[in-house]
Design a protein around this ligand. Sequence first.
Ligand SMILES: [Zn+2]
Length: 177
Amino acid sequence: MVGRTHYIVAVSLLLGVMMVSSLHCSRNAPQQSQEQAKSAEQTQPKGILSTFARAKAKAQQTACLSNLKQIALALLMFDNDQGQLPEDDEWEQALMPYLGDLHKELLHCPSQPAETGYVFSSELAGKALKDMEHRDEVLLVWDAPLPDSPTQGPHQGEFNVAYADGHAATVTEVPSP
Ligand SMILES: [Zn+2]
């Protein structure tokens, strides 16, 4: 009998411990999930913002490539009409008839400050495209570096470039003619 009583007491104690510990756990659980929710609240807006920022940066880079393609096409048309590319100090003015009403938007990289334009190759200014070889490798117009960092391009450090055959691409190194 004594042994059996001990057994019942032991089982009751064990059950008691299990109940207390399960209560303890279930009381802790909502606290944990609240903390998790709180930390998710704190991190989520940041994550969403950086996703928006990345999407915006990508859209600007695509718009800039499109600008450069149209500028290159306008330069090719100018060269076709005039027999040579425009002079260095008047190239933007020279392209206005070819770029139309959008010339202001097209002559500006959307990732740059308003006053920063594109760079036109001074090496090619006043020269005829027909005299050039490997025009698909000759730089025509490109992104200026960021105002406060001469080695960084405006697109996550990269530069958009248009070549003398009219195609445009993104490069990682500072463009030089
Ligand atoms: Zn750009």
